[in-house]
Design a protein around this ligand. Structure first.
Ligand SMILES: [Zn+2]
Length: 567
């Protein structure tokens, strides 16, 4: 006898247009059996009525189409970010609003390490830093050298995940000096230190010089069990039932961690890792072989097969690739043309290499998600993919551009024609919206930042994301950004690009599921789909749009298993 549980709710928003609202949902074997009123449930035979959600509102479980499991794994290192941030235990770490506050925090951390008996050359590693919020010059190694006695190597990873700033002790421990000719190793442009490395390292090739000396750290460190556990706690607190891990090497050790959790019935999230197909650590042909070998290991809660590629860097880190007229106020504008001071960001993968590798993955039938932040990178991806598709047409490939923050209407129309999806980084509207307006791209292009309306108008399948831990995992906040487009200074960026609340809710459920080719299974509450729910105290469609981020989450249901937030 198969057991059926019927959940009664205050309201159920199904995201299924043929039946948008309901009061009851029946669940059997982890799947949705029926949606509607109680009469419709009883037609399926005996059931247990579960009233625990009677005062709650159910939505499809939220799908985070671009995040990293590291959201749960960053907290063993100190946080140096500008915004207040909640850790997995629910403790709020206050933001550091000046460079002086950052340096004071580093002083305390250095002193604590010394007091704990740590060796003087044990590195101090912190994360979440972003100098773009501070007025004045970008901090360099000499600023960090004022911490402690200057002998402890210090590494502060930037919030964008693409840059780090290190002190002089770290530079010398890593063997980085005036002779180092690696793109992204920034140097003092003028003054007595002209030509010496200034401590800022942009993008993987430059950061690798430090990571090979201190070992993988931060975003680059492999995922561990504690981090996975913390990620699960954050996800159920935010209503997330399916989450990507959009860069994973998928080595045997990585897979072992993923499988340990995805086979545990108490783990609350379905994980969709994407194979890291850049940094040249493996050829594309080898990548295809690895993914083919792993194909049989997918389960309901661990989905293998996605590929992640990467073209450029980060716009607020000035390593994103921008079309003409480039950056609005580049920090090195005064020394334009100085050696080693790129004015237009960095190709993490050269476009020609991208096209070759993309073709290999595409011909193998795989789905590729490509990081493109600046509009020159988005255009390079569209151009390359158009040529590959002309050579090797394939229906319903759902290749996706990730971030695509500066894509304009002309590009969206080409994407629609090619069948490309967009997963836009709407959290940027809040976290860096003012900086994009005032510093990186200037007002013209900032008003089309993460142009959700243009994407929908062009007919491009749309998702929106947090890129956690770059910004916190919280799909309702991500949806709030897409609807309100407001910045911390109160400015509204491109009101015409705003989504309605229902459109934004669709983008964090069915929209994201579509980009993962999981829309037939998840993303809406309808017969036959997985019983994945976001359980909310408040109805997002009853509240003003400005309150969307304040909707309280009770917890989640994943394939019929109930997970209360905070439990
Ligand atoms: Zn990412």
């Amino acid at each position: 006898m198969t057991l059926t549980t019927v959940y009664r709710a205050r309201r159920i928003h199904t995201m299924n247009p043929s039946q948008p609202e309901a009061t009851h949902v029946a669940v059997r074997d982890g799947r949705i059996l029926a949606v509607g009123d109680l009469d419709r449930m009883s037609a399926w035979g005996p059931y247990t009525l579960d009233e625990r959600f009677a005062h709650c509102v159910l939505l499809p479980g939220f799908v985070e189409g671009h995040c990293h499991l590291k959201e749960g794994g960053m907290w063993d290192r100190p946080y140096l970010g500008w915004f207040d941030r909640c850790d997995p235990d629910g403790r709020v770490w206050p933001g550091l609003r000046s460079m002086a506050a950052v340096l004071a925090r580093l002083q305390d951390l250095d002193a604590a390490m010394t007091a704990a008996g740590e060796a003087t050359d044990a590195p101090l590693i912190a994360w979440g830093f972003d100098p773009i919020y501070f007025a004045g010059d970008r901090p360099t190694a000499p600023d960090l050298d004022t911490v402690g006695n200057g002998r402890r190597p210090i590494v502060i990873a930037h919030a964008n995940g693409h840059l780090m700033t290190v002190n002089s002790a770290m530079l010398s421990a890593a063997g980085i000096n005036a002779d180092t000719e690696v793109e992204g190793v920034m140097k003092h442009p003028a003054g007595v230190l002209a030509g010496q490395p200034n401590g800022e390292l942009q993008e993987p090739a430059a950061m690798y010089l430090v990571l090979r000396s201190i070992g993988p750290a931060g975003l680059q460190a492999p995922m561990n069990d504690a981090g996975m556990h913390n990620f699960g706690r954050i996800a159920r607190r935010q209503g997330v039932t399916t989450a990507t891990d959009l860069v994973n090497r998928l080595a045997d050790a990585d897979l072992a961690v993923l499988e340990r959790h995805s086979t545990d019935d108490n783990y609350p999230v379905r994980i969709v890792p994407a194979f890291q197909a850049f940094h040249g650590s493996h050829g594309a042909a080898q990548g295809v072989e690895r993914l083919k070998a792993l194909a049989g290991r997918s389960t309901d809660r661990l989905r293998l097969g996605l590929v992640k590629m990467m073209l450029d860097g980060s716009i607020q880190g000035f390593s994103g690739r921008l079309r003409w007229p480039g950056y609005f106020k580049h920090p090195n504008a005064a020394e334009q043309g100085a050696q080693n001071e790129p004015q237009n960001g960095i190709w993490v993968t050269a476009p020609a290499q991208f096209e070759t590798d993309f073709e290999t993955y595409h011909r193998a039938g795989l789905q590729v998600h490509t990081h493109t932040n600046g509009d020159e990178a988005s255009l390079a991806a569209i151009d390359a993919i158009e040529r590959v598709l002309a050579r090797w047409p394939r229906p319903d490939h759902r290749h996706t551009l990730q971030h695509g923050q500066m894509i304009d209407r002309a590009m969206f129309r080409r994407m629609a024609a090619l069948g490309l999806c967009a997963n836009l980084f709407t959290n940027h509207l809040w976290y860096w919206g003012d900086q994009h307006h005032d510093i990186t791209m200037g007002p013209d292009r900032a008003h089309r930042l993460n142009a959700c309306r243009s994407a929908l108008d062009a007919g491009v399948a749309l998702a929106i994301h947090s890129d956690a831990p770059i910004t916190p995992l919280a799909p309702l906040f991500t949806a709030w950004c897409a609807v309100n487009r407001v910045t911390p200074s109160g400015r509204v960026l491109g009101a015409a690009e705003a989504l309605t609340v229902p459109e934004a809710l669709r983008a964090i459920t069915l929209g994201a599921a579509w980009t993962l080719k999981l829309d037939a299974e998840i993303g809406s509450i309808e017969c036959g789909k997985r019983a994945d729910f976001a359980v909310l105290h408040d109805d997002p469609l009853d509240l003003p749009a400005a309150a969307l981020k304040d909707v309280r989450v009770w917890g989640t249901v994943l394939s019929g298993r109930v997970f209360e937030a905070g439990a």
